[in-house]
Design a protein around this ligand. Structure first.
Ligand SMILES: *Cc1c(COP(=O)(O)O)cnc(C)c1O
Length: 501
C-alpha cells in the first residue's frame, strides 16, 4: 500500500524511492568530484545570496533531479573541496570511502546511541571502537570513553571531570549536586600558550572563568616544563588551586607535541588531572614509525581524539577517552524514562551514562567500516606520507630566501611567511595578508593564515596523502607571484612610509 500521504517516509513501501534518491544523490557527488577542479570557486557571499534569494521555500520542487540541480548551484559547485591536493589550509582531511558508505547506514537506520533500547548492536560497536582506541593509547582494561561531536566537546568533558574530580577527592564536595564551591574561583588549569582556544572557552562554560587558564610559554612551540612547574608553584604560593594540566599532542598552528612524559610526571607529582588534547595528533596512533612521538599519552587521565582531523573520517567523528572508567560516573544522571538505575543492575549498556549528549549519532560505524575494510596500517601509511611530505616542504621553504619558516612540525602544519627583502614588520604583515586574500579570491590553492606574537603568517596544514611536494612547490610559486605583485604596486608607498619613519 503506497498511499500518497505516506510518500517520502523511509519504510519498506518506499524502498524504490529510497534507492533512487540515494543513487541520484551519489551521482550528484560524482559530479562534484568531476566538476570542481579548484578547491574553491572564489564565489562571494553576495553572489551566492543572489542565487538564494528567489527561492520560495513554500513551493517545493517536483523531483529529486530539480532539487539536486538547485543544491549544486547553491552549494556543491562552490563548496570547499578538501579532497584536492591544493587544499592545504585548515585541519580538514580528505575522507575515505568506507566511512562515507557507513554514513548511508547511519542516517537511514538512524540509531540513537544514548541507550541500548535505541541502538542495540550499535552500542557494542561503539564500545569496541572505544576499547580499540584505549588500547592504542596504552590504557589497560579500565579504559573507557564515548564518541563526541568533536574535540571541543571532548575537551569540555576532560575539564568537567578534572573540576568535579578535584572537588570530590580533595574538598569532599559534589559539584553536580551543589553547584560550584567558593574555592572554584581559585581553580587553575595549565595549558601551553599554543593550546586550543576551546580550553579557555570551556573553562568559561564550566563557571571557572577564562581567568582559571594559565598559559605556559613554549619552546619551539612545545610547552616548557620548567616554566610549567614554576607556574604551578607560583599559583600555589598565591593561594590558588591547581586542578589540571592540559598537554597538546599536535598544536593547531604548528602540529607540535608537548613533552607528554615530563608533563605526566609533573601532573602526578602535584596530583593534577592530566588531560591530553590529541585532536590533531591522534593520527600518530596509526603509524608504527611515529607512534613514539605520543609516548606518555598513556599517563593521561583523559584524552581527546578527533578522527575527523587525522583518521580520514567525515565530520563528526571524535571521542573522549578516560584511563579509569569510574571517573565517568561523575557525569552519570539517571532519568526514569531513559536509563533508570535498574538498567545498570540488569547489565544493559547505556552510553548516555558516559556522555553529555542525549540523542547521539552512530558515528562509530564510520570508523568500524574503515578499520574493517582498510586496516590500521593503510591509514598509518597515509599519515606517514603526510609527515614525510611536510618535512620535505619545510626544507623547501627554509632553503628559499624569499620565505621565512617559523618552525619545523612534529606532524604536518607549517607556519611561514613571504619575506623577500628587509621589510618593516607592518609591510611584511600586509603583503602576507594580501597573498592570503588573493589566494582565496582565486581559489586555485587554499592556505590558512594565523597570528604569532602579533605578526601575520601563512600556514599550510597537510592532511592529504595525495598532496605532493611538486603540488606545494607550485603553490609556493603562486604565493611569490602575488607577493611580488603586491610589492611592485606598493613599493613607492612603502619607501615613502620608511622615509617618513
Ligand atoms: C581542532 C582542534 C580542537 C577542536 O576540535 P573540533 O573537532 O573542531 O571541535 C581541539 N584541539 C585541537 C588541538 C584542535 O586542533
Amino acid at each position: 500500500m503506497n498511499t500518497p500521504q505516506y510518500k517520502h517516509i523511509f519504510y519498506e513501501g518506499n524502498s524504490s524511492e529510497y534507492s533512487k534518491a540515494i543513487q541520484l544523490a551519489s551521482e550528484s557527488v560524482v559530479r562534484f568530484l568531476e566538476k570542481n577542479k579548484k578547491p574553491f570557486s572564489g564565489v562571494t557571499p553576495a553572489q551566492l545570496r543572489a542565487v538564494m534569494a528567489p527561492i520560495d521555500l513554500n513551493a517545493p520542487l517536483p523531483d529529486y533531479a530539480s532539487l539536486l540541480e538547485e543544491v549544486e548551484k547553491l552549494y556543491s559547485d562552490h563548496a570547499i573541496a578538501f579532497h584536492l591536493p591544493q587544499y592545504i589550509a585548515h585541519l580538514n582531511c580528505p575522507v575515505v570511502i568506507p566511512a562515507i558508505a557507513a554514513e548511508v547506514l547511519i542516517t537511514a537506520i538512524n540509531s540513537s546511541l544514548d541507550t541500548w533500547d535505541q541502538s542495540a548492536g550499535g552500542t557494542l560497536i561503539e564500545q569496541r571502537m572505544i576499547t580499540w582506541t584505549c588500547n592504542e593509547i596504552g590504557y589497560d582494561s579500565n579504559g573507557d570513553g564515548v564518541f563526541t561531536s568533536g574535540g571541543t566537546q571532548s575537551n569540555l568533558m576532560g575539564l568537567l571531570l578534572a573540576r568535579d574530580h578535584y572537588a570530590k577527592e580533595y574538598l569532599r564536595y559534589n559539584i553536580k549536586q551543589k553547584g560550584l564551591p567558593a574555592e572554584s574561583s581559585r581553580f587553575r588549569i595549565f595549558v601551553s600558550e599554543m593550546g586550543h582556544f576551546s580550553i579557555k572557552k570551556n573553562a568559561a562554560l564550566l563557571g571557572l572563568g577564562e581567568q582559571s587558564v594559565v598559559a605556559i610559554p613554549s619552546d619551539g612551540y612545545r610547552m616548557n616544563t620548567t616554566l610549567l612547574e614554576e607556574a604551578i608553584q607560583s599559583e600555589l604560593e598565591e593561594g590558588n588551586i591547581p586542578i589540571a594540566i592540559v598537554a597538546t599532542a599536535g598544536t593547531t598552528d604548528f602540529g607540535n607535541i608537548d613533552p607528554l612524559q615530563q608533563i605526566g610526571q609533573i601532573a602526578a607529582k602535584y596530583r593534577l588531572w592530566f588531560h591530553v588534547d590529541a585532536a590533531y595528533g591522534c593520527g600518530l596512533l596509526l603509524s608504527s614509525r611515529y607512534r613514539h612521538l605520543l609516548n606518555g599519552i598513556e599517563m593521561a587521565d583523559s584524552v581527546t581524539t578527533d578522527y575527523h582531523k587525522s583518521f580520514f573520517q567525515p565530520v563528526s567523528s571524535s571521542a573522549f577517552l578516560v584511563k579509569h572508567t569510574r571517573s565517568l560516573d561523575l557525569l552519570k544522571h539517571h532519568a526514569d524514562y531513559l536509563n533508570p538505575k535498574e538498567h545498570d543492575e540488569d547489565g544493559l549498556p547505556n552510553q548516555v551514562n558516559k556522555s553529555i549528549q542525549t540523542t547521539r549519532r552512530f558515528d562509530a560505524l564510520k570508523l568500524w567500516f574503515t578499520l574493517r575494510l582498510m586496516g590500521k596500517q593503510q591509514l598509518g601509511n597515509y599519515i606517514e606520507t603526510i609527515i614525510d611530505t611536510s618535512a620535505a616542504v619545510a626544507d623547501m621553504i627554509q632553503q628559499d630566501v624569499d620565505f621565512d619558516l617559523l618552525s619545523f612540525s612534529d606532524i604536518s602544519a607549517l607556519v611561514f611567511r613571504y619575506y623577500p627583502e628587509r621589510l618593516d614588520e607592518e609591510s611584511v604583515c600586509a603583503v602576507n595578508q594580501y597573498i592570503k586574500k588573493e589566494l582565496f579570491k582565486e581559489g586555485a590553492a587554499l592556505v590558512a593564515g594565523t597570528r604569532i606574537n602579533g605578526s601575520f603568517y601563512l600556514k599550510f596544514t597537510l592532511l592529504n596523502p595525495l598532496t605532493t611536494t611538486e603540488d606545494v612547490a607550485k603553490i609556493l610559486q603562486i604565493i611569490k607571484d602575488h607577493g611580488a605583485d603586491y610589492l611592485k604596486h606598493h613599493k613607492q608607498a612603502l619607501s615613502k612610509t620608511r622615509e617618513i619613519a
